[in-house]
Design a protein around this ligand. Structure first.
Ligand SMILES: [Zn+2]
Length: 269
């Protein structure tokens, strides 16, 4: 184990490595196996930040195979209490073109078969999840982006699909008809596992494409997603850097109290 600690965590794509200063890379093991990769711990101003490459450094984990439980557990064991989660998403409305930034406030789980709880043995633990994201983190994300001139979509519902395939046109039109606005593949169970560890979790979504049923043409391709992500990674990294500075040093949001009064069947790291 490491003596390194960090209060803030970022789970994101590999384009984020260079955003930390004085990086130490640490191997962390957890009761749920190893996280996606070594965790980079470094500084941003006066903040200590731990970074997990969500898909592994070589992108070896597709969305349905990511060791989500190990990733969040590892962050908490390093001292992390506030997590930022940048990710690429599709839009379910043509008004959110590629390059749009969105900070959703709800999600709908359409995944299947992913390990999504730490509490599947011993006492039953049911966390409240009506509002899945940290209110303080969301507000800070919206304000920081707006200040940087990248006016974000504040709110909306992210549909998390199992993948790794993209949606059919019918699925996509169905999602849109429900009033849902974004589609992604990693937002669940990441957010709920954070809540189960009493961590703050804030999504930072970059729209890379319009989902299949929303536009004419061939639908989403992987090339398109990676191209748009590549074009925006610089400003997304800058935004996350600014956002880490904007988060409070001491938490006053409800996230840290998610497990208050519950008799946990395991000891949190
Ligand atoms: Zn919070």
């Amino acid at each position: 184990m490491t003596t390194q600690t960090a209060e803030f965590g970022v789970i994101g794509g590999s384009g984020f490595y260079s955003f930390l200063d004085d990086i130490d890379e640490v191997h962390v093991d957890t009761p749920y196996g190893a996280p996606s990769d070594r965790i980079a711990i470094g500084t941003l101003g006066d903040r200590r930040v731990a970074f997990v490459p969500r898909h592994g450094r070589d992108h070896r984990y597709p969305p349905h195979k990511i060791p989500y439980r190990a990733n969040l557990w590892a962050l908490r064991s390093l001292g992390v209490r506030q997590v930022l989660a940048p990710s690429a998403v599709g839009a379910l409305t043509p008004t959110y073109g590629p390059g749009t930034l969105a900070i959703p406030d709800q999600f709908v789980d359409r995944t299947s078969g992913r390990a999504q709880t730490y509490y599947d043995e011993g006492a039953a633990i049911h966390v409240s999840f009506a509002d899945p994201y940290c209110p303080t983190g969301r507000a800070a994300a919206v304000k920081t982006a707006a200040t940087a001139g990248w006016e974000p979509v504040d709110g909306g519902t992210l549909v998390v699909i199992e993948g790794p395939r993209f949606s059919t046109r019918a699925e996509s039109q169905w999602f849109a008809a429900q009033g849902w606005t974004l589609v992604g593949m990693t937002g669940h169970p990441e957010a709920v596992l954070a809540r189960e560890l009493a961590l703050c979790y804030t999504p930072v979504c970059l729209v890379t494409d319009l989902d299949a049923g929303i536009e004419e043409g061939e639908g989403v391709t992987m090339d398109e997603v990676f191209r748009v992500f590549g074009e925006n990674i610089g400003r997304l990294r800058t935004l996350v850097t600014d956002l880490v500075q904007a988060l409070p040093a001491e938490r006053t949001c409800p996230c840290g109290h998610a497990l208050d009064g519950m008799k946990l069947p395991l000891e949190l790291p």
